[in-house]
Design a protein around this ligand. Structure first.
Ligand SMILES: [Zn+2]
Ligand SMILES: [Zn+2]
Length: 213
């Protein structure tokens, strides 16, 4: 069974998630740690609890989700896993860092591409890879069915949805992802978003003003 722990990092207030099993194998999703102090916090949080990082995933490659990729790679030797359609965003992230006055060193190690419909394993536990574009062209969400939760990146927030005014984004595509990939999950499924508090599928189906069920 996977447990979850979250951190909120950077001036953009991005949520970084750790998923870990009983053996303390740990997956790091969207390490948004920007400042040295935040990187220490992540490292200490992992070391204190005896977790062993084994997997690095990005839901998508906007700068706030990739700030810490290089740090995670340098510290624990992990290879980045993303959807192929996010590669150009990853390459562009340092430039957008300059634009936002948040310069950073990008990840430059090897990349493993995630395929929608496949699963990825942390020990015996499986995360289903759902293709959920719209906010970005190759956004993926990680659904852990036995635990009843999904790590959704910037697709669906409590009372809101991901921005669609960015290059490569589309409201129609995002709406379709939410309807077909999120609103079809059990109502009690907890959604852990890239920003803000967690929510549930049922709550968003009833209350979300942007994509009504
Ligand atoms: Zn984003
Ligand atoms: Zn974000």
């Amino acid at each position: 069974m996977l447990n979850i722990k979250s951190f909120t990092f950077s001036p953009v207030q991005e949520n970084t998630y750790l998923l870990y099993n009983e053996e303390k194998d740990c997956c790091i999703i969207d390490p948004g740690c920007y400042f040295p102090k935040e990187r220490d916090e992540l490292k200490t949080g992992i070391e204190k609890t005896g977790l062993k990082p084994v997997l690095l995933l990005n839901t998508h490659c906007h700068l706030d989700h990739v700030f810490g990729n290089k740090f995670v790679h340098d510290t624990w030797g992990l290879t980045l896993h993303i959807h192929e359609k996010e590669k150009s965003l990853l390459d562009f992230a340092p430039m957008s860092g300059e634009m936002w006055q948040l310069p950073f060193d990008n990840y430059e190690g090897p990349i493993v591409y995630l395929k929608e419909g496949n699963s990825i394993k942390i020990g015996q536990d499986e995360l289903k890879i759902l293709f959920t574009p719209g906010h970005s062209p190759g956004s993926v969400s990680f659904y852990y069915e036995p635990g009843g939760f999904i790590i959704g990146g910037d697709v669906l927030f409590q009372g809101s949805i991901g921005r669609t005014d960015l290059p490569g984004a589309s409201f129609e595509v995002l709406e379709n992802s939410i309807r077909t990939q999120f609103y079809t999950l059990p109502d009690e499924t907890v959604v852990y978003s890239g920003h803000g508090p967690e929510t549930t599928i049922g709550e968003e189906k009833s209350n979300n003003p942007f994509v009504k069920f």
